[in-house]
Design a protein around this ligand. Structure first.
Ligand SMILES: [Zn+2]
Length: 257
């Protein structure tokens, strides 16, 4: 079993997250909007024994991730092969200013329904990954991608059904990928990513090129914060034949099949 605390400590220790929270507090202090001020107050109140559970808070997100990741790894089976499936529907490309009001609940319901059709007897867990797509140094669109890891080998039947349902360019799917997962802790951590980055990432780019992750410009960061406050990591899970228990910020993942 992966020691996620050690694994994440390089980029995501509690100290690093506390510093990130302080930078967010400084930035939000300049935003006079009521919603931003509400998040600011929550972040300032976050302390040991009295956590804020704001969807924006990096410390609360790390605590949640440290609970979630080992359970997810256990459910997927540490010794079984995993397959990562990601896709972006055309409706999940969102212009600046429209992210906060995006109906993620509706999107999640739809994605779960599609997984039921595509891989009915399989376990899949993952979440919603939001990033700001940058092309030619110009911020283009918010991209709301669905990303799941599937446990066990994919049968040819399943593979054909999945690729048929997620045909890129169809009315349902703007882009799609299916890949065996080699670096498991890395991919698991990525599928339950908390932060929203800008990335000069183009799904048409050659597979030997890596996407570049960049910190969001403040005008985008405030919008991302308002979105995350509405949709915290624990409400962005995409689970198929798995339940997460009843307490939103204390996951108790359980296989349902
Ligand atoms: Zn907090």
């Amino acid at each position: 079993m992966t020691d996620f605390k050690t694994y994440l400590s390089r980029h995501e220790s509690f100290e690093i997250c506390r510093r990130a929270a302080n930078r967010t507090i400084e930035r939000l202090a300049k935003n006079r909007g009521r919603a931003a001020q509400g998040i600011l107050e929550r972040l300032k109140s976050c302390r040991k024994g009295s956590r804020c559970f704001s969807g924006v808070c990096p410390v609360c997100a790390l605590r949640y991730r440290l609970r979630l990741l080992p359970q997810a790894e256990h459910i997927l089976g540490e010794n079984d092969p995993w397959v990562q499936l990601w896709w972006t529907p055309p409706s999940a490309l969102v212009a600046k200013g429209l992210l906060v009001d995006f109906d993620l609940g509706k999107l999640l319901d739809h994605q779960k329904q599609v997984l039921r059709e595509a891989i009915p007897g399989t376990v899949a867990i993952g979440g919603i990954d939001v990033s700001l797509g940058i092309r030619d140094r110009i911020a283009a669109l918010w991209r709301i991608s669905s990303c799941v890891l599937i446990s066990g080998p994919i049968t040819q039947d399943n593979f054909d059904r999945i690729t048929d349902i997620y045909k890129p360019g169809s009315s349902f799917c703007q882009s799609f990928g299916i890949n065996p997962v080699l670096h498991k802790p890395h991919m698991l951590s990525y599928d339950f990513k908390h932060r929203i980055f800008a990335r000069s990432y183009d799904h048409d780019m050659p597979s030997n090129k890596r996407p570049k992750f960049n910190v969001l410009h403040p005008s985008f960061a405030d919008e991302a914060d308002l979105f995350q406050e509405r949709w915290p990591l624990w409400d962005r899970l995409l689970l198929h034949n798995v339940s997460a228990g009843k307490v939103p910020h204390r996951p108790m993942l359980r296989r349902l099949i």
